[in-house]
Ligand binder design. Structure first.
Ligand SMILES: Nc1ncnc2c1ncn2[C@@H]1O[C@H](COP(=O)(O)OP(=O)(O)OP(=O)(O)O)[C@@H](O)[C@H]1O
Ligand SMILES: [Mg+2]
Length: 277
């Protein structure tokens, strides 16, 4: 047990050590139940989306509240047509809500125009689309480099080659999407999404079009890169196994979002973890 009086040691060196110990424990406890506002990366309040058809209004998203903490992995599950892609597009600043608020890294996306939102996306967001959306006239490497070039990052080529290496496609850098299999195109899309080292990565059914083995490999890559680069991962999936790998699951049902599952450590695991620290 670390108490405040441990900080009141006479020896200055001991005080510093105790402050560090207390900070470490606070950080670990914070992961479980003390998230402060500064760690919130995404916050939406009363968000709705509707589209006007000729004769009626279609309510795609009912008022949704959601808060995501930095570094969290979140799965959005739900049946086809329930509104998952619609929600993801708004969270990533690709689309605007009809009403409500979306803050990404404290940027009020709901108040931003397209240019301001594209700036936020370039600086903070990676997106893996349901249908890869690679540019067919660009090689694998050029596709991966594109977001880095748009963000004016130096060393786009080196970064792109390193990422293609990480997804096992170094040999295919000069190949065009039409020369790559679905799984390979998906890996290029993952490399592209990570090149700007985004704070948040949105992935819409990243394994949806792949066979089981390739799907597991792609998911491993996502979580590996997520850990290495400390990226918050928000993914949409129909695959329960992939969803279970996330710390938290929310479920969409006809535009209504509900918390489904949050991974919590047992008390013993928590204590063991603290002892290691
Ligand atoms: N611009 C639009 N105009 C009319 N309806 C739309 C529009 N965009 C989406 N929809 C409808 O909104 C609903 C939700 O679509 P969305 O793509 O978000 O579903 P989803 O949960 O991602 O489904 P899937 O799992 O099949 O990808 C669907 O019924 C879709 O047809
Ligand atoms: Mg979808």
């Amino acid at each position: 047990m670390v108490c405040l009086d441990m900080l009141l040691a006479n020896d200055e060196e001991e005080v510093v050590v105790n402050v560090i110990k207390l900070k470490n424990i606070k950080i670990k406890m914070g992961c479980l139940f003390m998230k402060s506002d500064s760690e919130i990366i995404l916050k939406i309040s009363a968000l709705t989306k509707s589209v006007q058809l000729e004769d009626k209004t279609l309510e795609l998203l009912q008022p949704i509240d959601l808060t995501v903490n930095s570094g969290e992995t979140l799965a959005i599950v739900g049946s086809s047509g329930s509104g998952k892609t619609t929600l993801l597009s708004i969270l990533a600043g690709l689309d605007l809500p009809t009403s409500g608020e979306v803050y990404l890294k404290n940027h009020p996306l709901h108040q931003f125009n397209e240019e301001q939102r594209s700036q936020v996306r370039a600086n903070h967001v990676g997106f893996i689309f349901q249908q890869f959306l690679l540019i067919s006239s660009l090689t694998a490497l050029e596709n991966v480099m594109l977001p880095a070039e748009l963000a004016n990052l130096p060393d786009a080529k080196e970064l792109g080659l390193a990422l293609l290496e990480q997804v096992g496609l170094a040999e295919r850098a000069e190949h065009y999407p039409s020369q790559l299999s679905g799984g390979e195109q998906q890996r290029v899309a993952i490399a592209r999404a990570f090149i700007t080292k985004p704070d948040v990565l949105f992935a819409d059914e990243p394994t949806g079009n792949l066979d089981t083995k390739t799907g597991i490999h792609i998911a491993d890559l996502l979580f590996e890169l997520n850990e290495k680069l400390d990226t918050t991962l928000i993914l949409v999936t129909h695959d329960p196994k992939l969803a279970m790998r996330c710390q938290r699951q929310v479920e969409m049902d006809s535009g209504v979002l509900q918390e489904k599952y949050t991974q919590t450590k047992s008390t013993n695991e928590f204590i063991a973890d603290m002892k290691v620290g």
